[in-house]
Design a protein. Sequence first.
Length: 114
Amino acid sequence: MSLHDIDVFQLHDASAFAELVQYEQVGIAARGEAIAAALDRRTGPRGDRPVNSDGGLLSRGHALGATALALLSELVHPMRGEAGERQPHLTCENTGTRQARPDVSTSPRSCPAA
C-alpha cells in the first residue's frame, strides 16, 4: 500500500500543531511544506489529500475515550457517500469501490455496489 492508495486521511490531532507535523510524517506534504499544503487547501475536503474533513479531534473537545470511535466514524461516512459538504469527490474504478479523485465531480452515489 502506498500513500496514493489512501483517499481520505484522519490524523490524530491531539494538539494544534500535531496535524501539520503529521502531514510531513506520513508524506502528505514534503518537509517544510505542511503549512503551505493547508493554506493551499490541498488537505481540505475538496483537496487532493483530504485530512480531518470533520474538523478533527480538537473540534470535538478531544473527549477522552471517544476520539478513536469518532475517527473511525468519520472515515466511514465518505465511503458511504454520507459526508455532506465534507464529501471528497469520488469516482469508481474497475473494482466498483469508491476512490477519491478531486478532479472528478461524479456523485459518490453513482458507484455500483461492491
